[in-house]
Write a protein that binds this ligand. Structure first.
Ligand code: PMP
Length: 395
């Protein structure tokens, strides 16, 4: 009989020449346990998803309860489904007034797609500005605004009318014109290896978009929902976008994304044509029930408050002559080594020793650290000691 590992390689579509191939049997809190019983510290939270750690009992209970009441009933936007309505209302309580209309999707990529369509429709324009080293998803629209040629080249032609600007470069903002329908930007770039823009850049961007009549889209699929130490990353910059994208942690471990705007802007999707954006499963009741429960815990237990200090603690502990640079905002961290090869060796050694980290798509020389927000000081110490040991062994 073939093992699960062999079946995985034979029948599950492969996108990596060297998948991690961990076979996890169960996961709880900060930890994952593989089929041999080996325990791993999860320092990446399924790429910024598991804010509360794995298997939070309240989230699991919400999933069970909702699954027993009903799962899929009807395509998006027709029925009044209580988990969706409650979650949309709750999110809008915590967002500025112009971000109170929520379109739920299945993923971050679809949130990007919906937002780009919305901007074209609302402004009647077609130009879209995005930034170098940006990641907004992998479908053809989202790929068009990706800021990395290596990942785009083989899939052209993509969307026309895209202008890529230098991130965090105020002079480059002169390329936003009255033909620009939207500027899409990660409030803090993730896959570039954690790039934090200056407040003045983001504020200037806001002003230019308003002047030129372009919608400003903040992609916080990765940086939102407490990861950076604020509930929403845009709070660091005292600026409010026209459209906000959320995903990853939004579903509390279930697939859920959203693009969020004002009722006025979102209204474009109801006429000329009707059904301007369609999804069968977006805002699935079980995903919304899980997400709402996770969001309530995040807010009520104020799990965002200690995030900045936890990030700084990591930063202090991870000091080693082989580390070339470090960047972090809250619990979104990049630890830079000399090369991808060195980084990968350290990452692999960490996995052998039971600590799961990763690299970044556009910064393969950087180690990604983005653990569940519930990680404790003691767990940070233990994990950092193991990482330092691995650096010593490998480098
Ligand atoms: N935007 C950003 C900033 C992301 O980091 C990601 C996922 N890495 C996405 C969009 C796409 O999300 P998904 O994989 O859920 O489609």
């Amino acid at each position: 009989m073939l093992s699960n590992r062999q079946l995985f390689l034979n029948h599950v579509a492969q996108t990596s020449p060297a998948p991690l191939m961990l076979e996890i049997e169960r996961a709880e809190g900060l930890y994952m346990y593989d089929v041999s019983g080996k325990k791993y510290f999860d320092l990446i939270a399924g790429i910024s998803v598991s804010n509360l750690g794995h298997g939070h009992p309240a989230v699991v209970a919400a999933v069970k309860q909702q699954a027993e009441k009903y799962m899929h009933l009807m395509v998006y936007g027709e029925f009044v489904e209580s988990p969706q309505v409650k979650y949309a209302s709750k999110l809008s309580e915590h967002l500025p007034e112009n971000l109170s209309n929520i379109y739920f999707t299945n993923s971050g990529t679809e949130a990007t797609e919906g937002a780009l369509k919305l901007a074209k429709r609302y402004t009647g324009k077609t130009g879209i500005v995005s930034f170098k080293n940006a990641y907004h998803g992998s479908t053809q629209g989202a790929l068009s605004v990706m800021g990395d040629e290596t990942f785009k080249r083989s899939f052209r032609p993509l969307l026309p009318g895209i202008t890529l600007l230098e991130f965090n470069n105020e002079a480059a903002l002169a390329n936003i014109t009255t033909d620009t329908a939207a500027v899409i930007i990660e409030t803090v770039q993730g896959e570039s290896g954690v790039t934090i823009p200056s407040k003045s850049f983001i504020q200037k961007l806001r002003n230019v978009c308003s002047e030129k009549g372009a919608l400003l889209i903040f992609d916080e699929c990765q940086a939102g929902l407490g990861r950076t130490g604020k509930l929403f990353a845009f709070e660091h910059f005292d600026v409010v976008p026209d459209v906000l994208l959320l995903a990853k942690a939004l579903g509390g471990g279930m697939p859920l994304g959203a693009f969020i705007s004002s009722k006025e802007i979102m209204h474009c999707f109801t006429e000329n044509p009707v059904l301007g954006h369609i999804t069968t499963f977006g805002g699935h009741p079980v995903c919304c029930a899980a997400g709402l429960t996770a969001f309530n815990i995040l807010v009520e237990e104020n799990l965002t408050a200690p995030v900045a200090a936890k990030g700084s603690f990591f930063d202090t502990l991870l000091t080693h002559p082989k580390i070339k640079s470090k960047r972090h905002i809250g619990l979104l961290m990049a630890i830079e080594f000399e090369s991808f090869e060195q980084n990968k060796k350290i990452i692999d050694r960490c996995i052998e020793k039971g600590v799961l980290t990763d690299w970044f798509l556009f910064a393969p020389q950087c180690m990604r650290i983005a653990p569940p927000l519930i990680i404790t000081e003691q767990e940070i110490k233990t994990a950092c000691n193991i990482i330092l040991e691995c650096i010593n062994e490998v480098a």
